[in-house]
Design a binder for this molecule. Structure first.
Ligand code: ITT
Length: 205
């Protein structure tokens, strides 16, 4: 079975990739010894800049192999696009500074608080995922996916990770935390970006 190497510290992302890879008969593997590799400062202003940076960095530790890295997050219109590239550390006092990631529950609590006075019709937003594919320190291509939804004022569902329980997807009237892995792969930002990567990799065999 062909294998795709993913460089991520986030088990929720790995789970999503496994769901997205299954129908293609592809196996998802984490970069070996990932936890012991030096970390990347995710200081880019865009998802693409961070995805490239992570993919280039980690591909140096898997000579000759294509390594995928994912930078993603939630853009909320009423918050001017926040938490955006700072989604993983939104509950920190100053998320734009390079602090450690904050936990999902704290991030969701902050999001609910920030949107407290925002009426339902203005609670629009989107998940964005940019995948960088790199080999030996050089980006070969980037792939973007996004999913449009509504931010709820309380969580629903117990699947998924991150902001999934607050992200309502009108198309199927469920939050992303109410989706099976197959559904998340079909509708999500990550599923879309991964399908683009698969098409590209078929063309570049
Ligand atoms: P790596 O950089 O190691 O891959 P990370 O969690 O630090 O892991 P990011 O910097 O890309 O990754 O931050 C992405 C954050 O955006 C993530 O921690 C979630 O809070 C949120 N997020 C991204 N995709 C999501 C999804 O499908 N569902 C829910 N939340 C998501």
């Amino acid at each position: 079975m062909p294998r795709v190497l993913i460089a991520t510290s986030n088990p929720g992302k790995l789970h999503d990739f496994a769901g997205a890879a299954l129908p293609h008969g592809i196996e998802i593997a984490s970069l070996s010894n990932f936890a012991s590799l030096p970390e990347v400062n995710e200081d880019g202003d865009t998802f693409e800049a961070n995805a490239r940076k992570k993919a280039e960095h980690y591909s140096r530790y898997a000579a000759g192999e294509i390594v995928l890295a994912d930078d993603s997050g939630l853009e909320v219109d009423a918050l001017g696009g926040a938490p955006g590239v700072h989604s993983a550390r939104y509950a920190a006092d100053q998320p734009h500074l390079l602090t450690n990631n904050t936990n999902d529950e704290a991030n969701n609590t902050r999001l609910i608080r920030e949107l407290k006075k925002v009426p339902p019709q203005n609670r629009t937003g989107r998940f964005v995922c940019v995948l960088g594919a790199a080999r030996d320190g050089e980006t070969l291509a980037v792939f973007r996916g996004q999913a449009e939804g509504i931010i709820l004022d309380s969580p629903r569902g117990s699947n998924g990770f991150g902001y999934d329980p607050l992200f309502y997807f009108p198309q199927i009237q469920k939050t992303f935390a109410e989706l099976t892995p197959e559904e998340k792969a079909s509708y999500s930002h990550r599923g879309e970006a991964f399908r683009k990567f698969i098409s590209w990799s078929i063309d570049h065999r």
